[in-house]
Write a protein that binds this ligand. Structure first.
Ligand code: TEU
Ligand code: CA
Length: 552
């Protein structure tokens, strides 16, 4: 029996806990900070909060290195604080989704400490240990954060695998005990009353036993994507945990095809509720090398988005997003921040373009205000391990990139662009904290902040609020069939959503030029459902976005 798929009509809001709201004057966001901002989130109208990891962690990768899955990191508060947040969110009809990282743990997790202690320790097989090959690494696989994916351990003279930092050793999911432990952890949180899970790089958990000693041209985490037993493991997870109640499960799945996606998130509920895939995040070269000046081409974006919209239709469920805590800010990347006017129009245009598609939209904190990339000046302004390691590798070790160029690439693509504090108001540190925050505040907070936008009925915030409401009011946004129109236009992204009696026609101008557009699709009785200008003209103006609704 297919359980109620409530997430199809939901909008998720991602909270980067460290940067959302500090409540106890240490410059670090925390759980009570989130609770204190629930009114704001309720006003925006989001249905679900995804919290980035709040468990005990040495923070080598800001919580994506977990050392205890059943305890809250001190900096973030206590379990009582979490219980209160869950209760107060539920009282407002807001659900909470936890971020679980099961591909790897922290090297400070007790399993790894045991595992590392000797070859015959019962926990040895919880991780992936391999003998050297000719006195060297088993294979040339690289870690996602630069350098080899293999780390040598002097004491036991073997290498362990880490697809991310060396403080994030990969778990061995082939070991049934590992799977049991992970499912127990999930059940612990389900028993607490959480509403679902975001599963970090979940499609990397099944490694191919035969490949460990085989060199590869692609990055280590891509070699391990969608391995031989991945669907067995997820179906087992489904039986052990997910079938207990209608939970939202979103699998973060880099390097998946549409065919893979259909297996991970089929509508019959056999595995996960939806996937979070990144193909459109590679339009500016990110997959090959994110450290470039390359900008995206709209035609590529349209082609990729369209393939997923069409490919999953009535087969599987996708998520919709322009950015998250690992990506630069979308208005800087896909919009235009060169003038305040373009900033506002393009931020709204991006929102409309995405929220009219099929799938569950994800809003990353501050996106609803049009928060932008950050004018970081020097390396010292950064906090992210990926940024530091990449600088070190490319500028200092390989010497293939010059210092000045790397600083420019970091300003464009560093994950820290998304991680600066939420801009609440124009007071000191943007109202995030009264102490120096753990990472700098974007200086544009004086004009770009929540308080200013809440008092301006024309702000980006209210466009998001309206889009969230429209999804609740119009089933066609959830169910309608997608069809690309004006296919070859390099500046306009236009598409239809079609149901039995109605259709939506969406036009988005991704340029600052005034452009002709094909209005032959619009009937006389069509109405404007939402737009980012006050009226409607014969041309599409700079970053204009127009949505028509009509009966058919
Ligand atoms: O990200 C995994 C992932 O898909 C990477 O390719 C990601 O794009 C990375 O940030 C490179 O820029 C997840 C988390 O979202 C990320 O924050 C963690 O650092 C990573 O897993 C390891 O847990
Ligand atoms: Ca704090």
């Amino acid at each position: 029996k297919i359980m109620e798929q409530w997430w199809k009509k939901s909008v998720v809001y991602q909270i980067y806990v460290r940067s959302f709201q500090d409540s106890n004057h240490d410059g670090i966001g925390d759980i009570n900070g989130i609770t204190s901002r629930l009114d704001y989130l309720e006003k925006l109208g989001v249905d679900v909060l995804w919290l980035t990891p709040i468990y005990e962690s040495p923070n080598d990768d800001n919580g994506y290195d977990i050392s205890d899955y059943r305890n809250i990191l001190d900096e973030y508060g206590t379990m009582e604080d979490f219980d209160r947040l869950l209760l107060e969110a539920h009282q407002r009809g807001i659900k909470i989704v936890m971020d679980l990282v099961f591909n790897h743990t922290s090297d400070k997790h007790k399993w790894f400490i045991e595992s590392q202690s000797s070859k015959d320790n019962p926990y040895r097989d919880y991780y992936i240990w391999k003998d050297p090959k000719d006195g060297d690494v088993p294979s040339n696989w690289t870690s996602c954060f630069q350098g080899s994916a293999w780390q040598y351990d002097e004491a036991t003279q073997q290498y362990y695998l880490h697809l991310f930092s060396k403080k994030q050793p990969d778990l061995n999911w082939q070991n049934p005990k590992v799977r049991e432990e992970c499912f127990d952890i999930m059940n612990y949180w389900v028993d607490k009353g959480v509403d679902g899970f975001r599963l970090d790089v979940i499609n990397l958990i099944s490694k191919d036993e035969d490949k460990y000693y085989t060199d590869s041209d692609i990055k280590g985490h891509q070699v391990c994507a969608n391995g031989p037993h991945i669907h067995d493991y997820l179906q087992e997870m489904n039986q052990q945990v997910l079938s207990r109640k209608p939970l939202l499960t979103v699998g973060e799945t880099p390097a998946v095809t549409i065919e893979d996606g259909i297996k991970f998130a089929p509508l019959d509920g056999r595995e996960l509720s939806m996937i979070f895939q990144f193909e459109m995040m590679n339009v500016d070269g990110a997959e090959v090398n994110k450290w470039t000046d390359q900008r995206f081409e709209l035609l590529d974006l349209k082609r990729i988005m369209t393939r997923w919209q069409v490919g999953l239709y009535q087969k599987a469920w996708n998520s919709l997003f322009w950015n998250n805590h690992d990506q630069p800010r979308c208005v800087s990347r896909f919009g235009d921040v060169s003038t305040p006017f373009y900033h506002e129009k393009s931020a709204k245009m991006l929102a409309i373009c995405l929220h009219m598609m099929q799938g569950t939209p994800y809003i990353y904190q501050g996106e609803e205000l049009g928060m932008t990339n950050v004018p970081f000046e020097s390396l010292e302004d950064y906090r992210d391990i990926e940024s530091f390691n990449s600088y070190k590798q490319l500028v200092e070790i390989e010497k293939t990139v010059k210092h000045e160029d790397m600083l420019r690439y970091l300003r464009k693509s560093s994950r820290d662009n998304a991680r600066t504090p939420m801009q609440w108001d124009e007071t000191i540190h943007a109202g995030f904290s009264d102490q120096e925050p753990w990472i700098m505040v974007n200086p544009n907070y004086l004009t770009l902040n929540a308080s200013a936008q809440l008092s301006d009925p024309n702000s980006i915030f209210y466009t998001y609020q309206k889009l969230i409401q429209l999804r609740k009011d119009y089933d066609i946004i959830t169910d309608g069939k997608y069809q690309l129109i004006m296919e070859d236009d390099p500046h306009i992204y236009a598409y239809k959503r079609i149901s039995d009696h109605q259709e939506l026609i969406i036009y988005c101008n991704f340029s600052s030029q005034e452009l002709d557009y094909d209005c032959s699709y619009i009937h006389d009785d069509a109405k404007i459902l939402i737009s980012n200008y006050d009226d409607c003209a014969h041309k599409l103006r700079a970053y204009e976005s127009l949505v028509f609704i009509q009966n058919i």
